[in-house]
Design a protein around this ligand. Structure first.
Ligand SMILES: [Zn+2]
Ligand SMILES: [Zn+2]
Length: 141
């Protein structure tokens, strides 16, 4: 299971990249508010989507965390930073988005658990301020 999420900033930026449930990217020509998939679906083994900021595209894009290095699905560049990273938000929120928890090891080998929150201000790729908010739109399987 996974979550469908969207991202929106008070500067007017909103997500425009989308991946369908077979992993194909829908970009150009997609009108309307883009939804991002997070987690994995029944038809997408070996894939764990997570929203990331792509430096090159200046977009929030869904990246596959199961692949290393993590690459942008649009430009194929590796200049992407997943939104669970500490530098993407100043503080943690309280409203955790379902299926957004990921584990990471630090230098002492301990697992740090990260999650995406609805009530946290994240770094916006458009204006560069911490004003981007994620919203849980629904579930996908
Ligand atoms: Zn890119
Ligand atoms: Zn913005």
């Amino acid at each position: 299971m996974g979550s469908i999420i969207s991202a929106e900033c008070s500067c007017g930026y909103c997500t425009s990249a989308q991946i369908d449930n077979t992993g194909r990217l829908i970009t150009a020509g997609y009108d309307g508010m883009g939804d991002l998939l997070m987690g994995n679906g029944m038809r997408t083994r070996g894939i764990y989507y997570y929203p990331a900021l792509c430096d090159q595209c200046k977009e929030v894009v869904p990246v596959n965390l199961d692949r290393s290095p993590v690459r942008c699905p649009v430009c194929k560049g590796s200049g992407v930073v997943p939104y669970y990273k500490q530098q993407m938000a100043r503080e943690k929120g309280n409203r955790e988005i379902p299926y957004s928890t990921v584990c990471e090891e630090n230098e002492h080998g301990q697992e740090i658990v990260h999650a995406l929150y609805e009530d946290t201000d994240y770094l916006c790729p458009e204006c560069g301020a911490n004003r981007l908010r994620f919203k849980h739109e629904g579930l996908w399987d």
